[in-house]
Design a protein around this ligand. Structure first.
Ligand SMILES: Nc1ncnc2c1ncn2[C@@H]1O[C@H](COP(=O)(O)OP(=O)(O)OP(=O)(O)O)[C@@H](O)[C@H]1O
Length: 267
């Protein structure tokens, strides 16, 4: 789909405007402004508890903002339910692996196609021939993704028996199955060893190129952020404290202070 007419003049495809999210008395997001441009990989970094996942949950409709606006491809989405946000073309992976245990890799990825499927089993029963045709089309799409992410060797394995690095890859595959234009990756390399990390970086870049994606990446591994992100924003305590290239942002005194003050996550 051509999105050139759905971005603003400076190419912003997803904008957060003064986004506020509270949990009881805690203000997890204190008026965040962000503009993510079509086609870029935008890194979201910051110490634990700084608000990164909350911002993703605000964008994806899990925890809608109580103040501010979120605009995707020119339309406000901050009032939408998660499935409606997904239908607009935004897909995500989760910080902790959230696959369906006992189901195969293939079936887990097929679930990513649910936004395109008929709402009721009854409809499928009446229109079984149509449903069968539809099923074949879904499988064809999924096979392409399996190919892209090199998951052929495990496609029929139950997801819980494959290594963590591959489980994370299946999560990426499931998100891609929804044919997003905007992909949100919440710590896709958490718990991975160096080799698995390098593979994952390769697959993210391949997917971005093959599917023309814009990506928002939450990542603690600063070597990865520096290597693949066009720009980053740094959150601390619910506020944006820096924005720019990764190299500049990590040198920013406010960012250094935030990390030293909290933990050594930026290692
Ligand atoms: N559902 C919730 N209920 C109550 N408080 C929450 C909820 N979700 C997040 N918070 C709080 O909001 C703040 C921001 O949390 P968030 O998970 O967004 O941080 P984060 O930057 O993603 O951290 P991490 O890097 O550890 O994942 C934290 O103080 C957290 O405890």
């Amino acid at each position: 789909m051509d999105t050139t007419d759905q971005t603003t003049h400076d190419g912003v495809t997803l904008a957060c405007e003064q986004v506020v999210r509270r949990f009881g008395g805690l203000k997890a997001l204190k008026g965040i402004d962000l503009g993510i441009r079509q086609g870029e990989i935008f890194g979201l970094v910051g110490p634990n508890g700084s608000g990164k996942t909350t911002l993703v949950n605000a964008v994806t409709g899990f925890y809608p903002p109580q103040e501010g606006r979120i605009v995707f491809e020119g339309a406000a989405i901050n009032h939408l339910k998660p499935y409606q946000v997904a239908a607009r073309g935004i897909a995500r992976t989760f910080q902790n692996v959230a696959l369906f245990k006992g189901m195969s890799v293939l079936d887990n990825i097929l679930l990513g196609r649910h936004i395109f499927m008929r709402p009721s089993a009854l409809a499928s029963l009446f229109y079984w021939w149509w449903a069968q045709k539809e099923e074949v089309a879904h499988r064809r799409q999924v096979e392409e993704i399996i190919d892209l992410l090199q998951l052929e060797s495990v496609r029929d394995e139950p997801v819980d028996v494959i290594p963590l690095g591959m489980q994370k890859r299946v999560e990426l595959a499931r998100a891609l199955a929804a044919e997003p234009r905007f992909l949100i990756l919440d710590e896709p390399m958490a718990g991975m060893n160096q080799e698995e990390k390098e593979y994952m970086v390769r697959f993210i870049l391949d997917a971005q190129e093959a599917l023309n994606l814009t990506i928002l990446l939450i990542e603690h591994h600063m070597d990865v952020v520096t290597a693949i992100c066009d720009r980053v924003a740094v959150l601390n305590n619910g506020e944006k404290i820096a924005e720019g290239t990764a190299r500049d942002a990590i040198k920013d005194p406010a960012v250094v202070a935030a990390y030293i003050g909290k933990s050594n996550d930026a290692a």
